[in-house]
Design a protein around this ligand. Structure first.
Ligand code: ADP
Length: 310
């Protein structure tokens, strides 16, 4: 059974007159990948900074691994690795030298660990190449290697995919999945792009104007975004009966406005139309509808999404 490794209760943060976080209540379960999705300025970085102990909340509390963090992150904080904003790397050093420096700073100099971490993030063959000549993706991966020093259980990565080229995006995605699947890390990763997070996250936290608007699993998101055939007819009861008896499907929903959402037969619209016609159903509308990930996100944060016709 999964256990809760992080909980926030009514977590709030005010900067002068601006509330960056408002009463955030979250519970993160072990070994999941949480996608924190919100527009720029939504409060993602602030939330991660508060959890990492890089700033003090105005109100509320944070429980890490079951213990309340009252401003001192000494013990429980070591179980978190975070990459928030730019990784602190020395441009004139190699990947290995940078990692060695980070290990020294954290008081864990260990040649084997450095080697393992470079292999884990795919930078073992960078040799004498200096970080200033690395691509952004390589720098990000080296930053992640540095956060892994001390073997933290929770990793927080703030917009790690932002600005990467397509190869960098794929490598980053694979690394995150690997850290979760083989290294058992729980990961909180932020982005302003839901389709991008969709590729990697198991759960989604939608944040807007400092408030958590929704937390949902990958399966729930799929359910909400799935395509369907929207049907309207003069007699909706007859329509439902024909769907069941002639098209042999019960995979539909009658909506409050008397339209029907049919989740089967999307590629067989002609057959559906013909069978309905042959069975005296007067169809007034038939359209393929669905909500894209972006539309769903916009609808949750209060901008109405639109159905798309096929
Ligand atoms: P995100 O990471 O989602 O882009 P942030 O957490 O950086 O959002 O910012 C949330 C809100 O808090 C924004 O309105 C931002 O302008 C404000 N904010 C963030 N940091 C500070 C700060 N140090 N001083 C004043 N306002 C800040």
């Amino acid at each position: 059974m999964s256990s809760i490794i992080l909980e926030t209760r009514d977590l709030s943060k005010q900067y002068k007159s601006q509330w960056a976080l408002k009463h955030v209540n979250l519970r993160l379960q072990q070994r999941r990948i949480y996608g924190l999705i919100g527009k720029n300025g939504a409060g993602k970085t602030t939330l991660m900074r508060m959890i990492a102990g890089l700033g003090f909340p105005t109100g509320g509390s944070i429980f890490l691994f079951g213990k309340e963090n009252r401003g001192d992150l000494e013990e429980e904080g070591k179980r978190i690795g975070s990459l928030i904003e730019e990784p602190a790397l020395v441009a004139g050093m190699t990947a290995k030298e940078n990692l060695h420096l980070q290990c020294l700073m954290k008081g864990i100099p260990n040649y084997e660990v450095e080697k393992e971490l470079l292999e884990l993030v795919g930078l073992q063959d960078t040799g004498k190449k200096k970080v200033k000549n690395f691509s952004l993706g390589m720098r990000q991966r080296l930053g992640i290697a540095a956060t892994l020093i001390g073997n933290p259980e929770l990793l927080m990565l703030d917009e790690p995919i932002n600005g990467l080229d397509p190869t960098g995006v794929i490598e980053m995605r694979e690394l995150i999945k690997k850290l979760n699947a083989y290294e058992n890390k729980t990961i909180l990763i932020s982005s302003h792009n839901l389709p991008e997070l969709y590729q990697v996250a198991t759960d989604f936290i939608i944040i807007h104007e400092g408030e958590i608007r929704e937390v949902l699993s990958h399966e729930e998101l799929d359910e909400r975004c799935k395509s369907y055939l929207s049907l309207e007819a003069v007699d909706v009861n007859r329509l439902a009966t024909v769907l069941e008896e002639k098209l042999h499907t019960q995979n539909f929903q009658v909506m409050p406005d008397n339209s029907i959402k049919l989740f089967d037969c999307l590629d067989e619209r002609e057959r559906v139309g013909r069978v309905l016609h042959e069975n005296d159903v007067i169809v007034t509308k038939m359209a393929v509808c669905g909500t894209s990930l972006e539309e769903y996100f916009m609808s949750v944060i209060g901008v109405k999404g639109e159905n798309r016709d096929a």
